[in-house]
Design a protein around this ligand. Structure first.
Ligand SMILES: Nc1ncnc2c1ncn2[C@@H]1O[C@H](COP(=O)(O)OP(=O)(O)OP(=O)(O)O)[C@@H](O)[C@H]1O
Ligand SMILES: [Mg+2]
Length: 474
């Protein structure tokens, strides 16, 4: 077929004289219209000259928006997001782009048609809807992601199971603490220096024990030093040992220090933030070279000791204040493990409460139980002293309460912010009164079972009580 200009076959109106040409043009046109992909043809200037039905069906753009219009204007009017036609006109080669038309994605290929002089006369663009393909691809990606997540969950579950079997006397229920213990288990296998961070009573020492237990050093000593508890002038000789005659009052034979005693094993430097500055230098040297010199001694002693330190202080601010050496901080902080406070992992509260209840029942040969309201109160409390506070409280409750069931009325009112999860240092009279109200109402309801009887006992009307309870979130 030859001799058909776009004016002849374009615009779906055929202007031909010769019968042969008519049938050729009809065939051509019906082929053009029946192609499943969208086809759009522009002339050498980028003006739309032919569009098939599929193009409009796929993109939703009517032929009238394109025919006789320059592609530059079509883009300007934002009918299409981008134009492959214009790119083909400038680059003079076949190009494929992904284009968005009316929120659908299309794979668009533009092909130049050249005349004998190698000049572009048309650009033929085919448009294929890939929204479905994209949707399927996204779905596949999503499925992959889900599968990976399930695999990870499964791994976590498995390691949690293994962890549980090894963690005697340790409660690890929440995701937050499980992560901590799993990390501890992992670093136990390497010799890296570990820094444990967390408020008082969160279980830093528990993690130290765990790391030592899971390490290859478990049958060697684990020496614990509380840097804050040993007087400054003694700490150096305690840690590094001394040679004979080092100072008056010292053992005349000399003495190995705690670091030396930990050789082959682990040394735990607790309250590291309290270490005096001059000792920090000596400790840094040990961490860099794993060598020490005893006080009054000359020779260096090489040691193989794993160092774990802990603090409930903010070491970074100590560094800023100049009371803690930055280089030592970096050395200690190779693997930081942060243990979240109990109020940030409330999932552990109930299991810990029952764990300590069991422990204390065993210790005192008793059989105490918790009223369910007690656990609820525990879950709402902020536990500033964390697990140590809970352990002490449960012990006290087990010992002090008369009846077998520990009730809300047994919980000491000294818990300042009971029923109020946030820790506040300010005394807020309204909140304190509300807390007391909350506690008393809970106690009376616990006893009387119904709001009618409770209201009677409290000498207020039932509706006042119910309103109060709603206001207090009970
Ligand atoms: N996950 C746990 N399961 C059971 N008991 C725990 C757990 N974590 C901590 N404990 C108990 O809580 C108490 C306090 O823990 P630990 O001494 O390890 O806290 P800490 O972070 O070292 O506190 P501090 O900063 O005051 O030294 C200990 O009696 C410990 O056995
Ligand atoms: Mg401790």
């Amino acid at each position: 077929m030859k001799g058909l200009s776009y004016e002849e076959i374009g615009d779906r109106g055929l202007t031909v004289n010769n019968m042969n040409q008519i049938s050729d043009a009809r065939i051509l046109n019906s082929i053009f219209q029946s192609i499943y992909d969208g086809v759009y043809v522009a002339d050498k200037d980028g003006k739309g000259v032919m569009v098939n039905d599929s193009y409009s069906r796929l993109t939703g753009v009517p032929a009238s928006d394109l025919l006789g219009k320059n592609m530059r204007d079509v883009v300007k009017e934002k009918i299409v997001s981008d134009s492959v036609t214009l790119k083909v006109l400038s680059e003079k080669r076949t190009l494929t782009i992904v284009q968005t038309i009316r929120n659908k994605e299309f794979l668009v290929t533009g092909t130049p048609v050249f005349d004998e002089d190698e000049q572009i006369i048309y650009v033929v663009t085919t448009v294929r809807d890939i929204s479905e393909l994209t949707r399927l691809r996204n779905e596949l990606q999503h499925t992959h992601k889900l599968a990976n997540q399930y695999l990870n969950d499964l791994e976590e579950f498995k390691s949690k199971e293994i962890l549980q079997q090894h963690l005697e006397g340790v409660v690890a229920q929440s995701r937050e603490i499980t992560k901590v213990f799993l990390l501890a288990q992992k670093v136990a296998k390497v010799n890296s220096t570990v820094l444990l961070l967390g408020e008082t009573g969160v279980g830093k020492e528990v993690v130290v024990n765990l790391i030592h237990k899971f390490s290859d050093r478990s049958n060697k000593p684990l020496i614990k030093v509380n840097c804050g508890a040993i007087p400054e002038q003694l700490l150096e000789s305690e840690l590094f040992g001394y040679e004979k005659g080092a100072f008056t009052g010292a053992d005349p034979r000399g003495k190995p220090g705690l670091i030396e005693q930990a050789n082959g094993g682990t040394i735990f430097l607790d309250e590291i933030g309290d270490m005096p500055l001059d000792l920090q230098v000596k400790l840094l040297r040990f961490l860099q070279e794993f060598e020490i010199t005893r006080v009054g001694g000359r020779k260096s002693i090489s040691l193989d000791v794993r160092v774990i330190s802990a603090t409930n202080k903010n070491l970074e601010s100590l560094v800023d204040e100049g009371t803690f050496r930055q280089d030592l901080y970096y050395r200690l902080n190779i693997v930081p493990i942060k243990i979240p406070p109990l109020r940030k992992r409330r999932g552990d509260i109930a299991p810990l409460a029952y764990f300590f209840l069991n422990k204390m029942n065993g210790k005192y040969k008793l059989n105490k139980k918790f009223h369910s309201g007690v656990i609820q109160l525990f879950e709402e409390y902020s536990w500033p002293g964390n697990i140590r506070e809970m352990e002490n409280m449960v012990e006290r409750l087990v010992v002090i309460t008369e009846e077998d069931e520990i009730k809300i009325k047994d919980i000491p009112l000294e818990i300042p912010n009971i029923g109020q999860p946030q820790k506040t240092s300010k005394l807020d009279l309204k909140q304190i009164i509300q807390n007391v109200e909350r506690k008393i109402i809970r106690e009376v309801i616990e006893e009387e079972k119904t709001t009618r009887k409770a209201a009677e006992k409290l000498n207020i009307s039932q509706s006042t009580l119910v309103k109060k309870m709603q206001r207090l979130g009970l």
